[in-house]
Design a protein around this ligand. Structure first.
Ligand code: F0G
Length: 462
């Protein structure tokens, strides 16, 4: 028997490094003012540790960099397409595989074909681009998370599950013919990066079969989800992440992936499904906006790197380290009294700004204020999930309170080491210890759809 060592190490060594960008406090104050208190507008070379997203920010492996050189850049029928298609088919068991330049391209095409006015999509939670693309088609997106998902302070193993009773009730109330699709997002990014259990997925599948509604998976983080199933679901501990992932895919009619997450690529994704007519309609849309069906907005070399990434994502040594390092960040913050969404997610720790900053009113952008404070403190950039991202307005045009005010600290894959995480614990705890001094923000302007990317804010008058 191998001894089980207590210290879990980064399961790689580093061949190429990038310097970090150090700034002074005065510089950061100037940068934030010029960016209108919107961290999306801060230049990356003014950020020390960038936790804005885990999307497209991962370090590719030597294997992936080598695969780039094998890229076949033929316009039609490139060899690289078949390598990619095989990797996706082997993993998902789905027949029609369409490369997409990223996740939202798949969403736009799929919902344009399957959505439209009068249709409804039901999900454990739609990610913001998913919701925006459903709504852009004229359809409605409804989230049905389990109730414990919204109880941020209390841990539960599978807070990403869908509320099965609510799902069935909603289908009955609407009439099955209006429900275009059931979408399961793995892991549930909008509510804490929490996993979905196989049991829940199986039950959702039964409902989908019973009412003849297609079930689709949004699998940006399917590998992390599989690891949580192995760790937490009774009877799963001896299975490999690959076996668990394959069972996961066996319950769907189709899926799409932003491969910029679990597959480590800086750009890329896919749509995969079984229905011939739906696939044809998606390919027709694809040619309009993405490209010919064997490249779909990607270079041949991207397809090669993606195929390698799908395999590496399921490596046990990697997944053990990955999930543990995020949990370690959560533990450090919890120990220092920083309120987080419990338990930590697979790709991120989510700070609960509403609990940390009770003095900020519901429309005072508590999470954005906290995210800005982290930036001012040490150049750490996270992302707000709150009133700014949800972007809802009242009848008077004023911003409406959101159901949550979270700051997501998303951890790029294989990019930072444990000392970076120790530093983060120190910085976030320091900012949190000055919670009472953090002031609310006021919205100056924001466009109506996905407005958080370009919104302008300022500190509210005292
Ligand atoms: N679905 C989920 C669950 C996502 O997290 C994302 C992207 C998408 C779809 C869209 O994919 O960006 O490739 O077009 N999430 C990123 C994030 C942006 O920061 O969480 P995309």
């Amino acid at each position: 028997m191998e001894k089980a060592w207590k210290t879990i190490i980064e399961p790689f060594k580093i061949k190429v490094v990038e310097p970090l960008a150090f700034t002074t406090r005065a510089e950061r104050e100037r940068v934030l003012r010029a960016a209108d208190w919107n961290l999306f507008k801060v230049p990356a070379d003014k950020v020390l540790i960038d936790l804005l997203t885990d999307s497209g920010t991962s370090a590719m492996s030597a294997e992936q960099w080598s695969a780039l050189m094998r890229g076949d850049e033929s316009y039609a029928g490139a060899r690289s397409f078949f390598v990619f298609e095989k990797a996706v088919r082997d993993l998902t068991g789905l027949r029609h595989v369409m490369p997409m330049h990223q996740g939202r391209a798949a969403e736009r095409i799929l919902f344009k074909v399957a959505g439209g006015p009068g249709k409804v999509f039901l999900s454990n939670s739609h990610f913001d681009t998913t919701r925006a693309n459903v709504e852009a088609s004229g359809a409605e997106a409804i989230d049905l998370p389990v109730p414990e998902a919204l109880d941020f302070g209390t841990p539960a193993p599978f807070k990403g599950d869908i509320d099965l009773r609510a799902l069935e009730a909603k289908i009955r109330a609407l009439g099955a013919e209006r429900v275009a699709m059931i979408i399961m997002t793995l892991t549930n990014n909008s509510l804490g990066g929490q996993p979905v259990s196989l049991g829940n997925l199986r039950a959702a599948r039964e409902i989908s079969r019973h009412y003849k509604i297609p079930l689709f998976l949004d699998v940006a983080r399917f590998a992390e989800n599989s690891w949580f199933v192995k760790l937490r679901e009774p009877g799963q501990s001896t299975r490999s992440p690959e076996e668990i992932a394959k069972e996961t895919f066996s319950y769907c009619d189709g899926c799409w992936m932003s491969s910029k997450k679990d597959a480590f690529v800086n750009m890329g994704g896919f749509l995969a499904l079984n229905d011939d007519a739906l696939a044809q309609a998606c390919r027709d849309e694809m040619i309009l906006g993405e490209g010919f069906p064997t490249y779909g907005g990607l270079a041949g070399r991207d397809l090669e790197a993606l195929a390698v990434g799908l395999r590496e994502a399921l490596d046990e040594h990697y997944l053990r380290y990955r999930v543990r390092s995020v949990e370690y960040l959560g533990e450090g913050l919890r120990k220092n009294g920083v309120p987080i969404v419990e338990p930590p997610g697979g790709h991120a720790v989510y700070l609960d700004a509403r609990r940390l900053l009770p003095h900020i009113p519901p429309t005072g952008f508590a999470a954005q204020a906290l995210a800005c404070e982290l930036y001012l403190t040490a150049g750490v950039r996270g992302v707000e999930i709150g009133a700014l991202m949800f972007g809802k307005r009242g009848a008077d045009g004023a911003p409406k309170a959101a159901p949550m005010e979270l700051v997501r600290l998303a951890i790029p894959r294989r990019a930072y080491t444990q000392s970076h995480v120790d530093f983060l614990i120190e910085v976030v705890s320091d900012a949190a210890s000055r919670a009472k001094e953090i002031r609310p923000l006021r919205l100056i302007e924001a466009p109506s759809r996905l407005g958080h990317f370009s919104a302008r804010l300022e500190p509210a008058a005292a």
